[in-house]
Design a protein around this ligand. Structure first.
Ligand code: SAM
Length: 334
């Protein structure tokens, strides 16, 4: 039970009534105010209050029938969802989601909405990209509010651009809602800065996945090896041996630090720290499961200072100066 002041209750009731009338809101189930001015705090009420706070206070958009919202769900932790994505989940009639969208995020969908899985599942047949695009068009033409929800950010190795182009070709109105890419979120939860002025002033996102099953051949591996950029490599765990080989041949030190972050931002997150020379051996021994990201670069050393998640969950003791140059003092004084 949750106590609302009489004034606030009247105002809330007014707002809800006005919005039902003028903005075509849909009320899900009954809501009850009892004689003590207590409002029953069940999911229905939560939904109304959500509508009130999100739509009125933040003025987030109404999801119109026949529209597709192409949204990123972040790397897993539902707390990393954007308010726009939550607003989409609360209004959508159908959520077409990838395998990487966590169950916790999907549980935020409004009651009665349909969940449709459309993504790659290891070892099982996956729907073809053109079938997914066609499904989005069909559902929108049926007048549904369609939330296309993808893991991380929809436009980072997510084929969101292809799906959006299909919508353009079919004349379907759409909106794109960015998400926190695992390329940034996984690093933050592993305690690795994406950039740090003491280690790397650039970062490169790349895929380890090549069309023929090996590593991507259209990537200039020697150029990457020569650059001082930290590398964040998606879809690469099963090719870590070939990638490490190419980078070492291109000039990176075999001792260059590597972190492999799997199931980042979920309760099953695991991180293996290793080097380019030992990456394959250590990752195989750790029996990590996908999804996983590989991070290559000196910046990985900062994990010894910044692994807040390890400190929180395992009581890890943090070292304020893992670079050995008292850079933390420099950083705090700068
Ligand atoms: C098809 S890509 C999608 C990337 C996604 N659009 C993003 O921005 O994070 C899938 C790859 O993203 C990475 N990935 C996604 N979620 C992850 C997570 N929670 N932990 C580690 N890696 C993740 C893995 O490399 C995985 O193979």
């Amino acid at each position: 039970m949750r106590q609302l002041g009489a004034k606030r209750r009247l105002f809330l009731a007014h707002v809800i009534k006005q919005n039902i009338k003028f903005r075509n809101w849909r009320l899900i189930g009954p809501w009850v105010l009892d004689s003590d001015n207590k409002i029953r705090y069940d999911f229905d009420i939560f939904y109304i209050v959500h509508e009130y706070t999100v739509k009125m206070e933040l003025d987030l958009p109404i999801f119109e029938p026949g529209w597709v919202w192409l949204a990123g769900a972040g790397p897993g932790d539902p707390g990393l969802l954007s308010l726009h994505a939550l607003n989409g989940l609360r209004q959508a009639d159908v959520v077409v989601h990838d395998a990487l969208v966590s169950p916790e995020v999907l549980s935020l969908v409004r009651p009665g909405a349909v969940l449709r899985h459309a993504g790659k599942r290891g070892g099982k047949p996956s729907p073809k990209q053109r079938d997914i695009s066609a499904l989005l068009v069909t559902l929108a033409r049926e007048g549904k509010r369609v939330l296309r929800l993808k893991g991380g950010d929809p436009l980072v190795f997510g084929r969101g651009g292809e799906e959006a182009r299909s919508l353009v070709a079919a004349g379907i109105p759409f909106r794109i809602i960015p998400g926190i890419s695992s390329g940034v979120g996984a690093l933050a939860y592993a305690g690795i800065p994406t950039t740090d002025r003491y280690t790397n002033s650039s970062v490169t996102f790349l895929t380890g996945y090549g069309v023929g099953g090996g590593i991507a051949e259209d990537i200039d591996w020697d150029g990457l090896a020569r650059s001082g950029a930290a590398l964040v490599i998606f879809m690469a765990m099963s090719r870590i041996d070939q990638i490490a080989d190419r980078l070492i041949k291109g000039g990176r030190s075999p001792q260059e630090p590597v972190a492999v972050i799997c199931k980042a931002t979920t309760p099953e997150q695991r991180v293996v720290e290793t080097t380019l020379a030992n990456a394959h051996r250590d990752v195989t021994a750790a029996r990590l499961e996908p999804p996983a990201l590989i991070v290559v670069g000196e910046v990985v050393r900062l994990r010894a200072a910044l692994d807040w998640y390890g400190a929180l969950t395992e009581g890890k003791v943090l070292d304020p100066d893992p670079l050995g140059v008292d850079s933390h003092a420099a950083a705090s004084l700068a």
